[in-house]
Design a protein around this ligand. Sequence first.
Ligand SMILES: Nc1ncnc2c1ncn2[C@@H]1O[C@H](COP(=O)(O)OP(=O)(O)OP(=O)(O)O)[C@@H](O)[C@H]1O
Length: 302
Amino acid sequence: MIRLNDLKISYRIGNRTIDAVDGVTLTIPDNCVVGIAGESGSGKSTLMKAIYGDIQSPMYLSRGSIDYGLKGADGKPLTTENVRKEWFKSISYVPQSSMNSLNPVIRIRDQFIDFPGTDSNKKRVLERARAYIGKLGLPPEAMDSYPHQLSGGMRQRVMIALATFFQPELIIADEPTTALDVVVQKEILMLLMELQEQMGNTILVVSHDMGVHYQVTHKMMIMYAGRVVEYGDTESVFADPQHAYTKMLIDSLPTIGDDSLRGVMASAAGAGGDRAYRVEPVLVEVKPNHFVAQPQNAGAAA
Ligand SMILES: Nc1ncnc2c1ncn2[C@@H]1O[C@H](COP(=O)(O)OP(=O)(O)OP(=O)(O)O)[C@@H](O)[C@H]1O
């Protein structure tokens, strides 16, 4: 179980500060797929990077903490400061446009040897990796290819193979299927979900595609302007969205820069619109396992 405690993550640009994630408190249970949706710039990637422990200037943790419920190899509890040591082993990250982040001048097999945590016996690593990519639907020859020789879908499978090789307890996938055609998107998502079922771990999936979320997630987290405005079991969130922004997201996918949503948010005070941001909203449980942002006096935090 991962607990986010009043997490505030900011960027310092000159003498200006952007609070990209602003006061997120919630619990992510073990063995589940959590979908994260929200408009562009709402803080999804920032929150994912913070959970991954990739907090580098100009980004910084300005408040709060994360309890991972995990211990490192040294037996100490993982925190945002030391979780980096457990990258790939306990926690891995499939970044946005990840299929383009494979090193273009290195063959796939060497990407397996190069990445942190592999044991020093290269032959053994390669044998395991070759067998593993086969299970993930890649031909063994893919190991000897350079990234540009593989299709986008194959490269994404390689990224997923790298991210899951050590069976980490937590995998963060930031828009794992963007830029793939719909058939390949579905295959990649099904692969991730199969692996999750086999490993019994937790996957956080960021996507703009509400259809994807509906199909593959157990829980949904909806972000707006740096805050989580709704969090609950996927079925409940889709069947009975509580927050004005969630309702709109389910009705229609917002496009980048669509200012009309902000207008609706501002007038949606009753459902926790912009008014809620001025009075520091907290997540209130409106139904079992279904939380929505409301002004503080309306109830307790999730
Ligand atoms: N490196 C950075 N330096 C300064 N500001 C940043 C940086 N990265 C993100 N931000 C700002 O933080 C806020 C949240 O950005 P973030 O990328 O987390 O949003 P997002 O919800 O993941 O968006 P998208 O869906 O477009 O990926 C935005 O206002 C963005 O401009």
